[in-house]
Design a binder for this molecule. Structure first.
Ligand code: F0G
Length: 357
């Protein structure tokens, strides 16, 4: 029986036999070959989607949270705290419930998707909506965790990144090698940092021979790394990555530079177009922030980035796009971008007319 990422990758994680494993059987998510995207990028390219929305709470955060909460429990911590654009809070609340410890979450008021708020509340977290943005909420929880014996479970907690690096391991296991390129959304920049760490460790262990180029994508109105300075009032419909001053800024730049990749910005329109394409052509429903990786892929393809790269290094190339969270997290967004269903009379004739029979 599958037992979660800690048991599966125990040797690569900082746990001992005394660590009480708090798991919801996260990880083991599918790597799906996208025919449609492979065709768009061109001959010789295979595009894969790492569907992290299929984790227990619907996002990749669960990989980090099983580690952070297990280690908090090992240290006999009674309370965990985080700031969140939604997914971290949903995950922290669920793992705290499983562990029997208290969870406090600070969210930016009115700026998180409904599904995520519902999750944090139903799992019994103490949820506080702060009149401010994510960056302000993060400074507050950092201050609280420094002063009181409360464990911070944002990605500043090193165990979070340890857990999240296991997604890179799974990709290598599935492909039998590392991908050549990896597209990933960037918000607080923990995940790009974690993946890069994972790939480097697998290479050091001799499990893979090459490393991917890391291609990170921020939303245009919330792109501090691309612009080179913090953004005071970040704006984007992709609320999960509406972050103006990422905690792992330097590490994300290191991943970009060491891998000879890039970090670029994608517009809300590009995000929505990738969001619709994934749902309508691949049958995969993600939340808007997750579609940033595919929006970025398409933007680079439009600039012939992959074709040029291939001229330098001929041969088949594998691209992995990380899809970080499930579309059901943010149902309001669908209703805003797709036409609502037509209302018809409860009569056979009326229905047949509408469906063209
Ligand atoms: N995609 C989704 C769906 C996210 O929820 C996040 C981050 C990211 C991408 C970006 O990952 O921060 O590691 O660069 N969400 C955090 C949260 C900030 O609070 O849930 P990152």
């Amino acid at each position: 029986m599958y037992s979660g990422i800690i048991e599966r990758f125990r040797k690569q994680l900082p746990v001992s036999k005394d660590t009480p494993v708090v798991s919801l059987k996260e990880g083991n998510t599918p790597l799906i070959l996208s025919d449609c995207l492979s065709r768009i990028i061109g001959k010789g390219f295979e595009v894969y989607l790492k569907y992290e929305g299929l984790n227990p709470t619907g996002s990749f955060k669960d990989r980090g949270m099983t580690m952070a909460v297990s280690k908090a429990k090992e240290a006999a911590s009674r309370v965990i705290i985080c700031a969140s654009t939604g997914n971290t809070s949903a995950s922290a609340a669920a793992y705290a419930a499983k562990a029997g410890i208290k969870c406090v979450v600070l969210i930016p008021e009115g700026a998180i998707a409904l599904g995520k708020l519902a999750q944090a509340l139903i799992h019994g977290a103490k949820v506080l909506a702060v009149r401010g943005n994510f960056d302000q909420a993060l400074s507050l929880v950092k201050e609280i965790a420094a002063k009181y014996s409360i464990t911070l479970v944002n990605s500043l907690n090193p165990y979070r990144l340890e857990g999240q690096k296991t997604a890179a391991f799974e990709i290598c296991e599935d492909l039998g090698r590392a991908p050549d390129f990896q597209c990933i959304p960037v918000g607080n920049a923990g995940n790009i940092t974690a993946y890069w760490k994972g790939y480097k460790e697998y290479k050091q262990d001799g499990k893979i021979k090459s490393l991917p180029k890391m291609l990170g994508f921020q939303a245009q109105g919330a792109a501090p790394i691309v612009k080179g300075h913090p953004i005071k009032n970040p704006k984007t419909i992709a609320t999960a990555i509406r972050i103006g001053n990422p905690a792992s800024w330097r590490q994300a730049e290191a991943a970009r530079d060491e891998s000879r990749g890039l970090i670029d910005a994608v517009s809300d329109a590009e995000i929505i177009s990738a969001y619709k394409l994934l749902a309508s052509r691949e049958g995969i429903f993600v939340e808007p922030a997750s579609a940033a990786s595919v929006a970025g892929l398409l933007k680079l393809a439009g600039r012939n980035y992959f074709r040029r790269a291939r001229r330098q290094a001929p041969g088949a190339a594998r691209i992995v796009c990380v899809l970080t969270g499930h579309g059901l997290k943010d149902p309001d967004r669908v209703i805003k971008v797709i036409k609502k269903p037509k209302v018809v009379k409860a009569e056979l004739k009326a229905v047949l007319k509408e469906i063209g029979y």
